[in-house]
Design a protein around this ligand. Structure first.
Ligand code: EPZ
Length: 421
């Protein structure tokens, strides 16, 4: 067990370099199996979820070599169709991308039903809808899902998703990338990581068009050639540190970003009181005045991202006035409310809505990270609160934030990791 000890109450100031996007990397790394040979993937974040995925790749016969510069060399020459280890698959929702790549390359796939952060029910019916449309049968038994193609290879199909789903959109792209003929996907997710995965597949000789729009068209290819590719910067990591700067009345320059991906996050932070100067691949964020209340509705991209909802809620808990937060994606993404109330926050959450009445300041407290983004939000709250806070279960935070203690320490935060027994 590990925990963070945070002595908060002072501004963070300096530069923070943003890593490659977790939600891109966890799809691009399994997608290397589509090609036989050696891929070089650059700007891969050194986080627990990525390490788990690389372990699954090795269990499928791929060799993995991680270089200090953040690039990973993956040789899939000897990769075979395999069932990822259940203990790995159950820890990581993104393990289900092995379904799409195994179906594309081998026509069959088996995996333990996926795990991941507990945000409420996390069904995969839309993934299965896509696989079925492409000619596959599936069954679930003893906690494992097995998908088999009825034909020699998957067939292209026209699929209209009932729900906008990042995972189902990516899995359908992966499966369709080697299917016979053309696949059209409608009512798809449009997040930057969808575009990143499509660009990676096209870098290997694939034919994926329209990623980032409402309709994606894929023409299956017979084989892929390995390629070199760099993962896009992580918009949620960037937004998290931007929120930390605003919470502490700091002055932070965020390096290695794509401003277009941050537009809606910047807009909301300015609404609550931030000042932002932006350049081609960096921005500077400060706050000199008070925090303002506002309402927040999370939506699929280009709406406000659900993965930034807890972080914004911390700012709203210290704002003048009352704010309403509507969580439009997940059933249960307010678990952090109990923890913030330990700090004196006035937040009442019920299902998919929270009402936050801002208080003048948060008090330090002992807290527990309930999931990845809620854990990051508690770090932000602890940085803002004068005094010593302790956050346990930081393993959730380590799933998605590379060197968070080091990055915050480098900009003046008093935060350290403590190993408990
Ligand atoms: C991805 O999860 C991200 N994870 C999540 O980020 C993020 O919160 C989510 O997209 C939304 O942006 C990764 O990319 C690894 P969805 P995913 O399928 O793909 C419902 C983080 O903090 N749905 O877009 O699992 C689902 O229940 C993590 O980095 C179905 O009903 O999310 C949810 O209500 C947390 N049937 C909504 O759609 C399906 O078959 C969106 O889920 C699939 C999803």
């Amino acid at each position: 067990m590990e925990r963070f000890i945070v002595n908060g109450g002072k501004p963070i100031e300096g530069e923070i370099n943003i890593c490659g996007a977790k939600n891109s990397a966890v799809a691009i790394l399994p997608a290397t199996i589509l090609a036989k040979g050696t891929c070089t993937i650059e700007n891969v974040p050194d986080i627990a979820d990525v390490r788990l995925l690389l372990h699954i790749l090795q269990s499928c016969g791929a060799s993995v070599d991680w270089h200090d510069d953040g690039s990973v060399i993956i040789d899939t020459s000897n990769a075979v169709s395999c069932e990822p280890p259940a203990e790995d698959a159950r820890k990581l929702r993104a393990a289900y991308y092995f379904l799409g790549v195994m179906l594309a390359r081998f026509g069959t796939a088996r995996i333990a039903l996926p795990g991941g952060c507990d945000l409420g029910p996390r069904p995969i019916d839309q993934h299965l809808k896509a696989f079925s449309a492409m000619g596959c049968d599936w069954k679930v038994e003893h906690g494992t899902i097995e998908v088999k193609c009825r034909y020699q290879r998957l067939h292209g199909a026209h699929i209209f998703f009932d729900t906008v789903s990042v995972g189902a959109t990516i899995n359908a792209i992966l499966a369709a990338s080697m299917a016979e003929g053309k696949t059209v996907l409608e009512n798809v997710a449009r997040e930057p990581h969808i575009v990143d995965v499509a660009n990676f597949i096209n870098s290997m000789g694939g034919d994926v068009r329209g990623a980032g729009t409402d309709v994606i068209k894929i023409r299956g290819v017979d084989f892929f050639r390995p390629s070199e590719y760099s993962v896009v910067p992580d918009q949620i990591e960037a937004g998290t540190y931007m929120a930390a700067a605003v919470a502490t009345k700091g002055d932070i320059t965020i390096l290695n970003i794509i401003p277009k991906h941050l537009e809606v996050i910047e807009d909301k932070l300015i609404r609550v009181g931030a000042e932002i100067d932006e350049w081609d691949d960096s921005l500077r964020i400060t706050r000199r005045g008070p925090l303002y209340s506002t309402n927040l509705n999370t939506k699929p991209y280009p709406g406000f991202p659900t993965d930034m909802q807890p972080q914004l809620a911390v700012l709203l808990s210290m704002a003048n006035g009352t704010s309403i937060v509507n969580e439009g994606i997940w059933e249960s993404r307010f678990k952090y409310a109990d923890e913030l109330r330990r700090m004196g926050a006035k937040i009442e959450a019920d299902g998919k809505q929270a009402v936050i009445e801002g208080v003048r300041k948060l008090m330090p407290a002992d807290m527990r990270a309930p999931d990845l983004r809620a854990g990051a939000a508690l770090v932000i709250a602890a940085l803002a609160a004068e005094g010593t806070s302790r956050i346990s279960d930081v393993k959730y935070i380590d799933r998605g934030y590379e060197k968070i203690v080091e990055k915050l320490t480098a900009v003046g935060a008093d935060i350290r990791r403590e190993i408990l027994g």
